[in-house]
Write a protein that binds this ligand. Structure first.
Ligand code: F6P
Length: 325
């Protein structure tokens, strides 16, 4: 009797990230080329519980690689957080004949996938989040596009801030991680970068530095504030009150997740999709696809989730040396 055809389920979950479509496309096309069936699960784990399943063909993922968002849609699932969520999800996947679930998303998506694996369904995780906050990997799908989008916006805010000779506080996303702020701050020549990993919440020191720069003739300042540091509006008010200089906050918000993915995100997402399929071909299950030292590879999913990493010393150093003068 011929071997049973392997069926893959693929979903995107959590916050969307530019390049997710390239990863889905690679899983679908390369999976089909290897002889697998691929079922799209719509709206992440939320849609999984609602059994929003549809078989995908290579043709279904045409004309998607250049678009932001995710053609499979995404959601944050409350059901998955229930004590019986993972077991119910595994049961549904088994009922649909799914042998392996490929879950594309961030930390929460990986944790959900691991919980499902522990209930007896094989899984592979592909890291996709604009936040670059997953310790297991040097790269996450969407980060490169998001920082380009944010830097473009910050450059525009600087033009306006220069015209008005004001202080601009720009809040970028990233949850508890300062990677977006750090990269954007360095790339846009920000005067200050506040990130949760290092900021001491010492307004006085910050305000003193602004005053020193003013005394040297500097008329406008860009302060990049990471979401994890928080309340940019209140910070703007405190700075304005203390310095007498007009200060305005701009929260970049969801625009950072949208737009056409960069070429780098499209290519790396394709490589990561291929790596996920290679794991399945080789029978390596419950793996996380990661990038380490410039190479796409895979590692044990549980180990990936339990990895820890500190913020890059090189980036912290260059940001400090550049912005304080
Ligand atoms: O993880 C991506 C991200 O955009 C974070 O930077 C942000 O904190 C969060 O998602 C916002 O989530 P939601 O889409 O639930 O508002």
């Amino acid at each position: 009797m011929a071997d049973k055809q392997i069926t893959i389920g693929v979903l995107t979950s959590g916050g969307d990230a530019p390049g997710m479509n390239a990863a889905v496309r690679a899983v679908v096309r390369i999976g089909i080329n290897k002889g697998f069936r691929v079922i799209g699960i719509y709206r992440g784990y939320h849609g999984l519980f609602k059994e929003e399943f549809r078989e995908l063909t290579a043709f279904d993922v045409r004309d998607t690689v250049q678009h932001g968002g995710t053609v499979l849609y995404t959601a944050r699932s409350k059901s998955m957080m229930q004590p019986d969520g993972p077991a119910r999800a595994a049961e549904i996947l088994k009922n649909h004949g799914i042998d392996v679930l490929v879950a594309i998303g961030g930390d929460g998506t990986f944790r959900g996938a691991l919980a499902i694996a522990k209930c007896g369904v094989n899984v592979i995780g592909i890291p996709a989040t604009i936040d670059l906050d997953m310790a297991c990997t040097d790269y996450t799908i969407g980060f490169d596009s998001a920082i380009d989008t944010a830097v473009d916006a910050i450059d525009k805010i600087r033009d306006s801030g220069t015209a008005h000779e004001r202080i601009s506080i720009v809040e970028v996303m990233g949850r508890k991680c300062g990677s977006i702020a750090l990269w954007c701050g360095i790339a846009s020549g920000a005067e200050e970068i506040l990130i949760p990993e290092t900021y001491d919440y010492n307004d006085k020191a910050l305000i003193d530095r602004i005053k020193e720069r003013e005394a040297l003739g500097k008329k406008q300042h860009i302060i990049i504030n990471a979401e994890g540091v928080g309340d940019s509006e209140a910070l703007a008010r405190r700075i304005e009150n203390a310095t007498g200089i007009e200060a305005r906050a701009t929260i970049l918000g969801y625009m950072q997740r949208g737009g056409s993915p960069s070429a780098l995100d499209r290519v790396k997402a394709s490589l990561m999709g291929e790596q996920a399929i290679e794991c399945i071909v080789a029978g390596r299950m419950n793996r996380a696809v990661v990038e380490k030292n410039g190479r796409i590879k895979d590692m044990d999913l549980e180990e990936a989730i339990n990895s820890t990493k500190e913020q890059s010393r090189d980036l912290l150093s260059v940001s400090k040396n550049l912005v304080r003068h």
